[in-house]
Design a binder for this molecule. Structure first.
Ligand code: UDP
Length: 253
């Protein structure tokens, strides 16, 4: 079989040229990184779980009319996506204080916020993805005013959808990060949710116990990351109820 052309390799995923122009194949790796890659490990099965979970969230968003880059899952670790022009920002939505927000503003982790707060971070590993304001974004042309308004609206719709779906399975959506891209259709451009939505990019707390079911398990050495992600997948019906050997999830179609 002919080798595929690799377009990009990141910390957790690889992008290959897709079968049709305007498409990519997104491959989910088992690598886990934190603190700007200072901490790194390979968690067997993580890529398989994130591929399924991202499929679950993105196809749900597509179904309610929130556009995403997701087309279909191809196999255990790969999904077909639309090629987009990435906006170099991470869009974070917060419902409850945690992580860098708690540190920066001195607000205890777990403190509910008066309303969802949307933040932008400039994607630059060398700078450690700094928090930026709309002024920076407009002045440097990373996005325009209309894009900013659309990105906030998109992020809040994603927040409502994810919060509701997760609440239904006893999980609190504390915060999450999305990335947004542009798709051109003739002269028209629209913004779509891109990259991935998985426990790597969300903070998920069990409503009853407060247990962390996200990447903080890895960042803060709180236990087995694959167990936590398996729990999320199982509750959402992405995995069967019966348990599988650690790190080797049995997946349903
Ligand atoms: N996040 C992410 N990638 C990043 C930075 C943050 O996916 O490069 C997610 C993170 O998992 C959390 C949210 O964005 O759900 C807010 O993260 P925060 O700013 O609190 O940073 P952290 O404390 O994770 O460094």
């Amino acid at each position: 079989m002919a080798r595929r052309k690799k377009v990009y390799e990141g910390k957790g995923k690889v992008l290959y040229e897709g079968p049709e122009p305007g498409t990519f194949v997104q491959y989910f790796k088992d690598d886990a990184t934190a603190f700007n890659s200072e901490k790194h490990d390979v968690i067997e099965g993580k890529g398989v779980l994130n591929n399924r979970l991202s499929e679950f969230f993105m196809s749900g968003l597509n179904a309610i009319g929130v556009p995403t880059h997701f087309i279909k899952r191809i196999n255990m670790r790969e999904q077909l996506i639309r090629q987009v022009e990435m906006i170099p920002l991470e869009v974070v939505v917060r419902n409850i204080a945690a992580g860098s927000f708690s540190k920066r503003l001195g607000i205890d982790e777990g403190e509910p916020l008066p309303r969802p707060i949307v933040e932008f971070y400039y994607k630059d590993d060398a700078l450690g993805d700094p928090l930026v304001t709309e002024e920076h974004i407009l002045a440097f042309g990373w996005a325009g005013q209309q894009d900013l308004d659309d990105m906030v609206a998109l992020a809040l719709r994603v927040n409502d959808f994810l919060s509701g779906v997760l609440l239904g399975v006893g999980i609190r959506l504390v915060d999450f990060k999305i990335e947004i891209g542009r798709i051109w259709e003739g002269d028209y451009m629209r913004l779509v949710v891109a990259d991935e939505i998985s426990p790597d990019s969300c903070r998920l707390w069990d409503i009853k116990t407060g247990n962390r079911l996200d990447k903080d398990v890895f960042r803060r050495d709180l236990g087995d990351l694959a167990d936590a992600y398996t729990e999320v997948a199982r509750r959402l019906g992405v995995l069967p109820q019966t348990s599988a050997p650690l790190g080797k999830p049995t997946l349903i179609n």
